[in-house]
Design a protein around this ligand. Structure first.
Ligand code: ZN
Ligand code: ZN
Length: 357
C-alpha cells in the first residue's frame, strides 16, 4: 500500500501562545475526524506533526489516521526556520519510503508549514538542502499566519505561499476546513494514480490570499509588532508562563475614563497570560533576544497563571520577569537574588526583556 505522508510543520513560538495554539490543536483534531470519514483519505493519508520554535521536535511521528492522536502542542522561544527545515528533511528521510527499481514507495509527501514569524536562525544551508534534494519530490505549502511571516524566505522554499487572514470571520474554522479539503482532494488524486503537484482546495474569498496579492493586507515593517511577548517564571513553582500583549490600535472601547486615558498613550493591551510547561525551555534556543518594550507602552497587569499571585509582571534586577503577591521581599526564580518589590507601576515604569516571538 502506498501511503500519502502529510507533515504539519507548526511554528509554536510565543506569539502563537493562547487562543491561536488551542485552535490549532482543536483544528488538527477536526482534520483527523473529517479525514477518517473519507474512504480515500482513510486508506492513504498518514499524518505527522512537527513543532518548532528555537528548536524542533516531532510531536507525532508519521501515523495512520486510525491510530493518530491529535497532539498537545508545546511552546518555545524563537522561530528557527532553518532548524525546522532540517528536522523535517531528516524526518522525511527516516519515515518516507522512496521508490526504487523493485518497490513502489510512498506518494509525494505534502508539507503544510504554518508560521507567523521571521527566522531567528540562518536558514541558508537548510534552504539549499531543501531545494537541492527535497523540493522536487515533496509538495510544500507555506502558510503565513496573519501575513506576518517572512514571505521572501517562504518563496525561496516553494511556489505555494499563501497568507491566512486570521482576522476574517470564522477564519480558523474555515481554514481548517480548507486544509481538510486539500488533503482529501490530494488523496483522491493519488488514488487515481496521479502523483503530481498538490491540488489545493479553493478557499473562500478573503481567507487565503496569494502572497503577491497580500501586500496591502497587513502593513509589515520587518518586526512582528502586533504582539509584545514576555516570558515569566512563577516565584512559587518556578514554572514558566508567557504574557502576551497585543497592539490595540484603538480597537478597545471602554467607559472607564482612567483606562481610556491609558489606552490613548499606550500601544499594547494585555491579551493573555498562559502557563507553559518546562518543555518551553527545551524548545527555546538561547536567551530572549534583546528587544525591549517599556512598561509605559503596556496596559494591564496579569495574575500569575500558576499560583494566581496578583502581579505577574514583576521585573528582577537580572531583567527577567516573575510573579509577586504584593509588597515585600521576593526571591527571583531565575537568578535567585532576593529583592524588595513594591506593587504597581509608580509612574517611572520598568523596562522588560522581550521574547523572540
Ligand atoms: Zn506564581
Ligand atoms: Zn533575577
Amino acid at each position: 500500500m502506498r501511503r500519502l505522508p502529510i507533515f504539519f510543520l507548526v511554528d509554536v513560538s510565543e506569539s502563537m501562545v493562547g487562543e491561536q495554539l488551542y485552535r490549532l490543536e482543536e483544528g488538527i483534531g477536526a482534520i483527523v475526524a473529517t479525514l477518517r470519514r473519507d474512504p480515500y483519505a482513510l486508506e492513504t493519508a498518514y499524518l505527522s506533526v512537527i513543532a518548532f520554535a528555537g528548536k524542533a521536535v516531532t510531536v507525532n511521528p508519521l501515523t495512520e489516521l486510525i491510530s493518530f492522536h491529535p497532539p498537545e502542542l508545546p511552546v518555545g522561544g524563537g522561530t528557527a526556520i532553518g532548524t525546522a527545515l532540517n528536522h523535517l528533511m531528516d524526518e522525511i528521510d527516516r519515515s518516507v519510503v522512496t521508490t526504487t527499481t523493485d518497490r513502489k514507495g510512498d506518494w509525494r509527501p505534502i508539507v503544510f508549514l504554518l508560521t507567523d514569524g521571521h527566522s531567528t536562525d540562518d536558514p541558508s544551508a537548510a534552504l539549499e538542502r531543501w531545494n537541492r534534494g527535497y523540493r522536487s519530490r515533496a509538495n510544500l505549502v507555506a502558510i503565513s499566519i496573519g501575513g506576518t511571516a517572512d514571505h521572501t524566505l517562504l518563496q525561496r522554499l516553494t511556489d505555494d505561499v499563501v497568507v491566512f487572514n486570521d482576522t476574517a470571520p470564522d477564519a480558523f474554522a474555515r481554514f481548517i476546513k480548507w486544509l481538510s479539503m486539500s488533503i482529501q482532494s490530494q488523496s483522491r488524486s493519488v488514488s487515481s494514480g496521479s502523483d503530481g503537484r498538490v491540488s489545493l482546495a479553493k478557499s473562500e474569498p478573503g481567507l487565503l490570499v496569494p502572497v503577491n496579492a497580500a501586500a496591502g493586507l497587513t502593513p509589515f515593517n520587518g518586526v512582528d509588532d502586533r504582539y509584545a511577548i514576555f516570558v515569566g517564571r512563577c516565584a512559587k513553582t518556578k514554572l514558566p508562563y508567557v504574557v502576551k500583549y497585543e497592539l490595540h490600535l484603538g480597537r478597545i472601547e471602554t467607559s472607564d475614563p482612567a483606562l481610556s486615558a491609558l489606552l490613548r498613550t499606550r500601544r499594547y493591551a494585555l491579551s493573555a497570560a498562559v502557563p507553559v510547561k518546562y518543555s518551553y525551555f527545551d524548545l527555546s534556543a538561547g536567551d530572549p533576544v534583546g528587544q525591549s518594550v517599556h512598561s509605559a507602552d503596556l496596559v494591564g497587569q496579569p495574575q500569575c497563571p500558576h499560583c494566581n499571585a496578583q502581579f505577574g509582571m514583576a521585573v528582577c534586577s537580572c531583567g527577567k520577569i516573575h510573579c509577586v503577591t504584593g509588597d515585600g521581599e521576593q526571591t527571583c526564580p531565575w537568578c535567585g537574588e532576593v529583592g524588595y518589590y513594591s506593587s504597581a507601576c509608580d509612574g517611572d515604569g520598568f523596562d522588560v526583556a522581550r521574547g523572540r516571538g
